[in-house]
Design a protein around this ligand. Structure first.
Ligand code: A2P
Length: 288
């Protein structure tokens, strides 16, 4: 058993910015935190040198739970989080909901740069390019924090190598909930490294289709309804999905995932897996 490092008293701490002691198992240090709304925030952490992952995968992350009142023992409180950063990034990024009485996110929302989180370095997931057969166009369908795995995939050069067109739809209740995704799309369009790798104009392949359901915005409605009515296809000037050309990844709340999965099956697409690549893959957003 490892001995816990003594807690440093801030008043006697040396002024030099010494890194904090790694007292948590699989500890990583928070490097940046951004808050978007009272329900959403993102943060970045150091990345374990040994961690390899495919863009779109998730890991278990969390904090140490409260001590057991009887034994005083603490257990890690972990949840699955999609890695929002691309596989080439030196750091890791996560995009999270804040649930005021959620066991983990009620605390996680207060993390600051320099704090530590627990990160189990065992990435897994189905939202990976390997689970899809080659196609012409890929659709990323997200609601809420389900945008996270696509934030990774949209920064992965393979996405632009494999497809002629990439359409990301993001449905949220309110306009402020679109900010993380909208900022990311804008930063990709101006990303010099991706432009160098993929060629100038790579971002012209990328189409962004944000919608809101409970606050006025330029495009209102659930993406599922906009697909049924044909509006999304008219707006984007593309044909409805077909198994020959279109590939899709789904990540959002459970009802959304199930509804869209049924719709994709109706378009003739079949669900793929790492071991059996097909035309679409689905994952649920991991809520507290
Ligand atoms: P709505 O406002 O009509 O419920 P949440 O924040 O609850 O996870 O929802 C995120 C977004 O997903 C909301 O805009 C919500 O729309 C939408 N949504 C929820 N369920 C579905 C579904 N079954 N199909 C399509 N969109 C959905």
């Amino acid at each position: 058993m490892t001995e816990m490092a003594p807690v440093t008293d801030a008043s006697t701490a040396a002024p030099a910015p010494a890194p904090k002691q790694m007292v948590l198992p699989d500890a990583q240090t928070v490097t940046d935190v951004q808050h978007y709304t009272d329900r959403l925030f993102s943060f970045r952490t150091t990345r374990p040198a040994s961690l390899r992952f495919r863009s779109g995968e998730f890991v278990m992350i969390g904090l140490m739970g409260d001590p057991d009142p009887k034994t005083g023992k603490q257990k890690p409180l972990l949840r699955a989080y999609s890695i929002a950063s691309p596989s080439w990034d030196d750091e890791l990024e996560f995009y999270s909901i804040k649930v005021q009485d959620g066991p983990l996110t009620s605390r996680l929302q207060h993390i600051q740069p320099g704090d530590q989180i627990i990160l189990r370095p065992k990435p897994v997931g189905t939202l990976v390019h390997d689970a899809l057969l080659p196609g012409k166009r890929i659709w990323f369908f997200a609601t809420g924090t389900g945008f996270a795995p696509f934030a990774s995939l949209l920064r992965d050069p393979q996405t632009y190598e494999d497809y002629d067109e990439i359409i990301i739809t993001h449905t949220c209740r309110e306009v402020g909930e679109l900010t993380y995704g909208a900022d990311l799309i804008e930063s990709i369009r101006g990303d010099e490294m991706l432009a160098e790798l993929m060629g100038e104009g790579f971002h012209e392949k990328l189409r962004y289709y944000p919608t809101t359901t409970r606050e006025e915005s330029p495009k209102m409605g659930r993406i599922t309804d906009l697909m049924r009515s044909g509006e999304v296809f008219e707006d984007l000037g593309v044909a409805p999905l077909c198994p020959e050309n279109d590939r899709a990844m789904i990540c959002g709340n459970l009802a959304f995932n199930l509804e869209l999965k049924d719709m994709l099956e109706e378009y003739g697409l079949e669900e793929g897996a790492n071991s059996d690549p097909k035309q679409y893959v689905v994952e649920k957003a991991f809520l507290d």
